[in-house]
Design a protein around this ligand. Structure first.
Ligand SMILES: Cc1cc2nc3c(=O)[nH]c(=O)nc-3n(C[C@H](O)[C@H](O)[C@H](O)COP(=O)(O)OP(=O)(O)OC[C@H]3O[C@@H](n4cnc5c(N)ncnc54)[C@H](O)[C@@H]3O)c2cc1C
Length: 457
């Protein structure tokens, strides 16, 4: 519990209406996409950097936990008050401050929604490539804190690859700037990159500078249907191994197709056991040749049908269906655990076989969705957290899944982060020395451990 006098101090910084503490308000902020509930002591919604610095000054002095939060869509439980404290929300800080078309970058506030930035920069013929499937709601601040990726990651990479600089309020209330508008910057330690993926534990981003690229003049969307999941998986590694880098290369298995087929009007053949959703972009001539080569690859490797979206609306329908997959699958059972194990792309077929094996071995219901072109798998485990016996099987399955991924040279998380969802598996991927180093870094930034404590480290 936070005393009335401290609450009054917070209220005086942001204004009464921007500090929430009714039971209804607290309930709204008690969970995120990971769905474990922890009631916060309050919610504060600052309007500018100086207010944030003052809030952190008070919080640091009084040892009050602050948990930064964008749209709360993360699926690793990294924006909840696991150890109590105050949620800091950024929806008032939602302005695109500048689009510098000549320097090909934009300066934004943390609460800007990803899709709004994409739409805005398109007016200048530019693109902000990171495109999480949650892009219509998630914020750039949340994207930076989790180093989010998306389908376009195969060709364009992840948030880190577009992050040029930050303004950050430290847990102590001090303000720093890292990086800047230049593409090249090798001065000092790379604090910008350290912040990227720090899961709201090192500092609060108040301004974000991102790199933009020219919007591709043409693109083509293909859909390849397979009667065998393994054929689809081997096509992915074959395409990437051949040196063609599509913009996106998504894999969806039968279980997920069944669920999404009624969303957004997309229809999939009854015989399909797996589907690859592939996009190429660039100059028209390149799109044509790459599209044809990919189509030939798919057919050679057993695709029973390869179709090309004939209009942008048709392509949109396919993507809309893909983007609804998490939500659609989540409706099947009380809970859906979205995993994120990632392997080198050559190992994708082996990892998919492993997931099928784990599904049978532990008698689980798992659908497979993958940003397959970069080896990033999302096994969707449909389950019921209240069923202890089933959850014990889920836990064993997860452990085996991560051991396999790491054994194949992969990682616990390709884009969703660690949070409270996977902190117990960290020692599979990191030595004690590495974990101690990370804890040491956290102590330097946050000596009183008040910023998002209990998440990830
Ligand atoms: C349907 C669905 C599809 C998804 N698809 C993808 C996908 O394709 N790729 C992908 O990578 N993820 C995906 N996600 C996960 C999620 O959307 C991303 O992790 C996203 O980056 C979270 O953004 P957010 O605004 O919701 O942040 P939140 O969930 O609110 O917070 C995420 C983290 O950022 C921190 N944070 C937020 N703002 C700040 C700030 N200003 N300063 C410091 N720290 C801050 C929080 O403390 C927390 O640790 C998906 C989620 C859903 C529900």
């Amino acid at each position: 519990m936070i005393s009335n006098s401290i609450t009054a101090e917070f209220r005086s910084i942001v204004g009464d209406q921007w500090f929430l503490d009714t039971p209804e308000d607290l309930a709204v902020y008690s969970y995120d996409g990971f769905l474990l509930e922890f009631n916060p002591d309050g919610v504060i919604i600052p309007g500018n950097r100086d207010e944030i610095a003052k809030i952190m000054g008070v919080a640091n002095r009084e040892r009050i936990n602050i948990i930064p939060r964008g749209a709360g869509t993360n699926i690793c439980g990294s924006s909840v008050a696991r150890k109590g404290g105050i949620i800091m929300a950024f929806h008032r800080l939602n302005k695109i401050l500048e689009v510098d078309a000549e320097s090909m970058c934009a300066v934004v506030q943390p609460g800007v929604v990803n899709a709004d930035l994409q739409k805005d920069v398109a007016r200048y013929g530019l693109m902000y490539p990171p495109d999480p499937a949650s892009m219509f709601v998630c914020t750039i601040g949340g994207n930076v804190a989790l180093n989010a990726g998306g389908p376009r990651g195969v060709k364009y990479g992840v948030t880190r690859d577009y992050l040029l600089g930050l303004e950050v309020v430290l847990p102590t209330g001090e303000v720093i700037r890292t990086g800047g508008k230049t593409l090249k910057n090798v001065s000092g330690f790379d604090l910008t990159r350290l912040m990227c993926g720090s899961e709201g534990t090192l500092g609060i981003f108040t301004e974000i500078i991102v790199r933009l690229v020219p919007l591709a003049p043409a693109k083509a969307t293909l859909q390849a249907t397979y009667s065998n999941l393994d054929d689809a998986a081997t096509t992915v590694s074959a395409i990437i191994g051949s040196g063609i880098i599509p913009t996106t290369l998504e894999l969806i298995d039968r279980t997920v197709l069944d669920v999404i087929s009624n969303y957004g009007g997309a229809r999939f053949s009854e015989e399909a056991q797996a589907l690859l959703l592939i996009e190429v972009d660039g100059e028209e001539i390149l799109v044509e040749t790459q599209g044809k080569r990919i189509e030939a690859f798919c057919r050679e490797r057993g695709a029973v049908e390869v179709e090309r979206a004939s209009t942008p609306e048709e392509a949109d329908k396919l993507w809309q269906a893909r983007r609804t997959a998490f939500g659609a699958v989540a409706s099947l059972r009380p809970n859906c655990i979205v995993e994120d194990a990632t392997v080198p792309v050559k190992m994708l077929p082996a990892m998919i076989r492993k997931i099928v094996e784990i599904t049978d071995k532990y008698d689980l219901r798992i659908g497979i969705l993958a940003h397959a072109g970069d080896g990033n798998l999302h096994p969707l485990i449909m389950t019921d957290l209240r069923d202890k016996e089933e959850m014990a099987r889920v836990d064993k399955g997860l452990e085996e899944l991560f051991e396999a991924a790491i054994g194949m040279g992969g990682t616990l998380s390709g884009e969703h982060g660690i949070g409270i969802a996977k902190d117990r598996f960290m020692s599979m991927e990191f030595s004690q020395t590495s974990i101690d180093l990370m804890r040491g870094i956290k102590r330097v930034f946050d000596p009183n451990n008040i910023l998002n404590p209990g998440s990830f480290l």
